[in-house]
Design a protein around this ligand. Sequence first.
Ligand code: DC
Length: 228
Amino acid sequence: MLKKIVIAIDGFSSCGKSTLAKSLAAKLEYVFIDTGAMYRAIALFFLRNGVSFTNEAEIKEALQKINLRFEYNPSTEKSDMILNGENVEILIREMQVSSKVSEVAAIGAVRDFAVAQQQAMGVEKGIVMDGRDIGTVVFPNAALKIFVTADPQVRANRRLLELKATNPTITLQEVAENLQHRDLIDSTREHSPLKKADDALVLDNTNLDRAAQFEIALNWAKERIARG
Ligand code: DC
């Protein structure tokens, strides 16, 4: 039996982290965890219930009412986000949530709530977790940390293609502005800002297709697993 490791994948929004994490997990027979979905579900709950983003008591009370879990969906071969028993996988990807999620993810109490659950999911190892602070805060001892980057223009175009499927009127400018806004908040916030862990390997996929990027990451993973 090969030793199981924790693989932490961090990087800016729409860099293809989830796609990479998902295919790595499938190949290694590991569990894939998309931590962004957790912040998105919390943001959805806050928006629906009019929770103030600045009132700490209100935030803490709201968090006590939130139950998050992932449920495997065979048709997409990934896990859907379940918020208090409701499948919110589609809703949490919509613009209303995307435009507010960075503000919610910057709240200290929200991060403590999500990080505790993420750490519990990794106790048995054998996971690929993607997010912004996985290699720096959630699993600082992860055996493999990958920091994914890509040119902002390329990222905006990729994201536009994805969003067009459900929102045909969306423009490149709207998408680019949302990405810029999220990157800025994610990397300048006080609590666990997005930054490359010192020991993370950088994967710039501006000029790489999915297969090429997967090959690189898989080789890194094999090498770290073999190290034992
Ligand atoms: O990866 P994503 O776009 O679904 O993430 C949604 C938001 O949550 C994004 O603004 C960054 C934030 N996030 C975070 O702060 N920490 C994580 N581990 C994952 C996501």
